[in-house]
Design a protein. Structure first.
Length: 139
């Protein structure tokens, strides 16, 4: 059981977490922003796939919800240090070092192009859509 939690962390370290943060992004109305590192936009994934990225805000971000076509398919806790995000957004770095997340989601019977979306939730309870992209789900 412990391997289920460790494997996504190792995959995140190998795939995305050491990459530089993307170009500056604007905070949402609720003071939140984020990015999906994996899967890549337009990429092909299997019916069960890894979603990894980051979220940051004026308040510490505790978790993200992952949606496929506006249906919630998972939740991930923000627990991976992302110094690259701190460097890119130093005015928000005081919210703590952990901004990264990774989790595995199940697309069910969906196939073809679908939208993966993340919604960040901060410690004060504010929620906002912070990133989305299309992926090709292969069955």
């Amino acid at each position: 059981m412990r391997a289920i939690y460790i494997l996504p962390l190792l995959l995140c370290a190998a795939l995305a977490c050491d990459k530089p943060a993307p170009t500056k992004r604007a905070l949402t109305y609720h003071g939140l922003m984020g990015f999906i590192d994996t899967p890549v936009p337009g990429g092909s994934v299997g019916p069960v796939f890894l979603v990894a990225g980051w979220a940051i805000g004026r308040q510490p971000v505790d978790s993200v919800r992952i949606y496929i076509d506006d249906e919630i398919v998972g939740t991930a806790t923000i627990m991976i240090p992302r110094p690259d995000v701190d460097r890119e957004y130093p005015h928000l770095a005081g919210t703590g070092p952990n901004h990264g997340f990774t989790t595995t989601v199940d697309a069910g019977s969906r196939s073809g192009y679908h939208t993966v979306r993340i919604e960040a939730i901060d410690r004060a309870g504010a929620r906002a859509h912070v990133a989305s992209q299309n992926v090709n789900i292969l069955q």
